[in-house]
Structures are given as C-alpha cells and as structure tokens.
Design a protein around this ligand. Structure first.
Ligand code: NAP
Length: 540
C-alpha cells in the first residue's frame, strides 16, 4: 500500500504529457472523435478506454440475445462513403458480435488504435484556470494535459447492480448483462434467475430459455414490447441500400429521431376505430420502433391516444401467452406505451408458454434476500445456479460522474449536478470550459438513432475547436444564462410528454436517490440542430 502511494506521488511530480485533445471512451463516439480530431484536424489526440477492446456499449453488452434495436444500415457511421459501401450488414437487426466487429473494423481501417489506450479508466480531470488546460489522470497514475477534454463515455454505460441484501453471499454465478464474460456462460442444465424486464431482459429471456434447464424471470414492472421481425438481407437488399445511401443518411439527419423515416402526421382520433386497428395491425406485422410513430402522431403526448395503442399490445399479449394469469401479469397497466424506452423483441411473450420458463411478480412479492443458493421473495424461495441482473444503467450522467471532474475555480461537477444535470445543448456545462460532452444530457441523444446524434455532436465540437484555433482563442465555455435558458426549455418541453410521468431511466427514477429530471431533449432533432446552428452563426 505504502509503495502504491509513493509511486503515485512520484508520478505527480512528473510533468503531465501535453496533447491537444483527450477523449474518454472508444465506442461509436470516441472512435469518430479520434478520427475527426486527429486525421481531419491534425491535432494530437489521446483517447482512453476502460475496456480491453474498442466498441463501448457493443464491447460490454455481450449477453445472450444482445442485438441492435435500430436497423443496421443506418445504425452506423455515415462520415465515410467508402466505409458505408464496403461494409456488408448481414440483416436488419445485427447481433452484438457483428456490431463489435464493425467497430473493430472502423478502428483498424482508420488506424485509430494507436491513439487509444485500452484498459485504462480516467479517474480525475481538473481544469487549470491559469493555462486553460485540463489535467487528466488515469487509474494507473498517468497524467496528461490537454486543451480540450471530450467525454465520449456513453449514455448507457454505468451498469446498475442494485444493492439487494445478501447479494455477495450467492455461491452460483452472478452477472450483470452489461459486464458479461467474454467466454459467455454455459446455461445447459442450469437453473437461471433473471431480474429485469427492460430491453435487455426482453432480449435475453428467449435465448436463455432455449439454453437453460429452467429460467425464472423476476419482473418488477411489466413492459410493452413489439416484435422486431428480424430478417437477413438478400444481396438485392444490400445493393438497394448502397445505391440509396446518400439519401438514407440525409434523411437520418433531417428526421425527428435520426431514422431515415418521417413520422406520419395523423392523430389517432382522426381515424375511425376499425381503420385504426388495421393501421396498428400493419405496424405490428412490420415490427420495430415504427409502432410508436409510424401510425399516429399523438402516442407520446396524448394519454387517450396512447391508451388505444397500449391496449392493442395488451391484447396481443393475451392472444400469445396461453396461461391467462401469466398473460395478465405481463400486461403493463402502470405506464403508457413509449413513456419508458420501448423495447423490440424476438419471441419474448411466447417464451412464457415454455414449460421451463416461469414469471414471478416481484412488485407484489418483493425480493427479500439473495441467499447462498438462490433468491427469496416475500412469498417463496428459488434455488438458482446462475443469477442474471438485467437491471440497466445509471443512465445519462452515471459514467461522467464516476470521474472526479473539477472545473473553473475548483468547482466539482458532482456538486454542480447535485440537483440534476443542466447543460447548454448537452454539449457544454457552465463553469467547465473546454469540456465537451458528446450526446450529453439535454441533447436528443438516446431519443435518436445514436450514431447520427454522435456524428452531429463530434462535428459541432470539431468546428468549434477549429474556430478557436483559427482565431487564437484558448477557452470556450457556455454562459450561465445560455445554459439556464436551454435547461429550462428542456424541462418545459419535456413536461408535456408522457415520459415525464413514468418511472424510467429517462428521468433517473431507476437509481435510488437520483434527482428526477427528463434527461434527454424531447423536442426532436430538427429543432435541436437549428438551435446548434444558431449558436454557430452567432458571432459576438
Ligand atoms: P432498464 O430499461 O432500466 O430495465 C431494467 C429492468 O430492471 C427493469 O425491468 C427494472 O424494473 C428492473 N430493475 C432495476 N432495478 C431493480 C431492482 N432493484 N429490483 C428489481 N428489478 C429491478 O435497463 P435495460 O433493459 O438494460 O435497458 C436500458 C437501455 O439500454 C434501454 O432502454 C435501451 O435504451 C438500451 N438497450 C438497447 C438495446 C439495443 O438497442 N440493442 C438493447 C438493450 C438495451 P422497473 O421497471 O420496475 O424499474
């Protein structure tokens, strides 16, 4: 211990290595940021990544059934035409290994690895008011000094492992889905318990059920899910995508949610009930996120319209799940469809017709304790060999706040955000000059197709840095008044959405003690981009 302290002190005496830009994270955002700042702007860049490989979300989330909920051909980078033309997606919703493979291909293709230090967590960052530089420290005691600090830590990367009594005494295998072992888990002949029925639990359930001796799903809140309808691409599908790529990418930048589709502008109430049913049935058959916005324009704001779509899904659950009691347990009644992030699935509800799958209602009979041999609820004890936590993330702020960040005047970010995150455009924080947050809270981020939001942010930041460099400036910071106006607008606009009233990670309700606030910007991409453009156009 004494030796560790001595080494650490010795490191501190050495000069921090100077670079232009430090990037934290090597997922979609970090990889593109390395390329943009290093290869397109000629800056000296150092990126750090906690994992021992690149990929971010797609490195960590290797649980069974993990696949993308956005279609592959636009859930990817658009910045390089040849990359888009050369890469072949196997189908609509690729599994985790394929996306991890894609991101590794990007890292190799653009030789990004030489600027990325893997297996290295950034622990501390401190802004020096005298030099206008960030001093950044890693878990290994290395120190670098950078003019700009770019957070590319991701919105959903700090795993939430709830403090359930007795958790550490479990003698079987216990794993969070976002920290899944690289060698996987062999479920054969095993009794598996799974806690959590968000997008992750819903993807994992059918796959674990097909491999395990028995699966018990512990459900606190039932969830609405719509079939994904995954399909492999035929060569002619791939050719058509590549032919249309310029237009596809253009549409992703112009549409409200970063998809190459535009929502239908039609109220649920303008359509007679029979026609409404036909429209919803068509969307159900088509599958995917389109169910939320591809039929009607009022599901996210009008409770009555939402209830029609919600009841349509409940009826699908009742028609699919053979045991009526289980079907009713699976029917969500406490939140409107889409007010929590809507999952899409492959064979979720039908899994509950299997003889080896049980559903346990832990809302009525809460988990009391994890024991050495399983789990005990208020009603019953369950013997388990494997316990899977699909319990989500400390979303939007968790990963950034794990780093001890001190801005101008020694103010800590953890203190600044004590009552919830406030930012200017989700890009900057008043009091933290030269720090940029890619897809930070207060930007559309998780409500859009992420790679589109990421490219937009990295490009905006790069343009800002270029302006600074060209004009001999060393410090850029959001003013308090601009931030207040934006953060108030983010809150006002969210207040009218159904999302604000539901308990989900969107509002921080999944983490005990976290201040409640709708973290992403709900106004849509076009309005958001227009505001970002206005800031660029403004010259004091
Ligand atoms: P999540 O949506 O937050 O769901 C977590 C689940 O765990 C919920 O059912 C929650 O119940 C339950 N839970 C949490 N703490 C618990 C506790 N102490 N006791 C019992 N149950 C507890 O997390 P997620 O499913 O990992 O998904 C998070 C987000 O990641 C998604 O919304 C999505 O944006 C992203 N994701 C994307 C994909 C994809 O596109 N490929 C796949 C998976 C996830 P309550 O609802 O009662 O809180």
């Amino acid at each position: 211990m004494a030796k560790t302290v001595e080494t650490h002190e010795a490191d501190r005496d050495e000069q921090a290595r100077p670079v232009d830009v430090v990037i934290i994270g090597a997922g979609f955002a970090g990889l593109y940021a390395v390329y943009r700042f290093r290869d397109q702007m000629g800056l000296e860049v150092q990126a750090y990544e906690t994992g021992d490989g690149v990929g971010g979300t797609w490195y960590w989330n290797r649980y069974p059934g993990a696949r993308c909920d956005s279609e592959s051909f636009y859930y990817c980078f658009s910045f390089d035409r040849e990359l888009a033309q050369d890469w072949e997606w196997s189908g609509k919703y690729p599994e985790q290994p394929e996306i991890e493979g894609y991101l590794n291909h990007v890292a190799d293709r653009f030789a990004l690895r030489r600027s990325i230090q893997l297996s290295t967590r950034v622990t501390r960052a401190r802004f020096d008011d005298a030099t206008h530089r960030w001093e950044v420290e890693t878990e290994h005691g290395e120190r670098v000094s950078a003019r700009y600090l770019i957070s590319a830590v991701g919105c959903l990367s700090a795993a939430n492992l709830p403090e359930i009594s007795g958790r550490d005494q479990f003698e079987g295998e216990l794993c969070h889905t976002a920290r899944w072992p690289k060698d996987g888990i062999d479920f054969s002949g095993k009794r598996v318990g799974l806690i959590g029925t968000g997008s992750t639990g819903i993807q994992a359930t059918p796959v674990i059920a097909s491999q395990a001796d028995h699966l018990t799903v512990f459900q606190r809140t039932p969830n609405f899910t719509v079939p994904a309808r995954h399909a492999a691409f035929a060569p002619e599908d791939q050719a058509a995508i590549k032919r249309d790529y310029d237009d596809i990418f253009k549409r992703t930048r112009e549409s409200p949610a970063g998809f190459p589709y535009f929502p239908i502008d039609r109220s649920t109430h303008d359509v007679p009930p029979e026609e409404r049913e036909t429209i919803l049935e068509g969307l159900w058959e088509e599958g995917g996120f389109k169910f939320l916005w591809g039929g009607f324009n009022d599901l996210t704001r009008d409770p009555a319209a939402n209830e029609i779509a919600s009841e349509f899904i409940r009826n699908k659950i009742r028609a699919t799940v053979e045991d009526p009691e289980t079907a009713e347990l699976l029917c969500p009644t406490c939140h409107p469809y889409g007010s929590k992030r809507p999952p899409i699935d492959t064979d979720y509800y039908v899994s509950f017709n299997r003889d080896n799958v049980d559903l346990v209602d832990i809302k009525t009979h809460p988990i009391e304790e994890i024991t050495a041999t399983g789990l005990r609820t208020a009603q019953e004890e369950y013997d388990l060999d494997v316990l899977v936590f699909a319990t989500g993330f400390d979303a939007m702020t968790g990963s950034l706040l794990k780093i001890d960040i001190e801005g101008s005047g020694g103010v800590r970010l953890a203190d600044t955000w004590r009552d919830g995150p406030r930012t200017f455009l989700g890009l900057q924080i008043a009091g933290f000059p030269n720090l940029f947050t890619v897809t930070g809270p207060g930007s559309p981020s998780v409500l859009t197709n992420m790679p589109v939001a990421i490219e937009h942010h990295v490009n905006w930041i790069a343009d800002c840095v270029k302006y600074m460099t060209d004009n001999g400036q060393t410090c850029v910071e959001a003013t308090q008044s601009a931030q207040d106006a934006w953060a108030d607008h983010v809150a006002d606009i969210a207040a009218g959405s159904l999302m604000a009233s539901s308990n989900s990670w969107y509002v921080g309700a999944n983490i005990p003690g976290k201040p409640r606030a709708v973290a992403p910007y709900t106004g849509g991409q076009p309005q958001y981009r227009a505001r970002c453009d206005e800031v660029v156009a403004f010259r004091p």
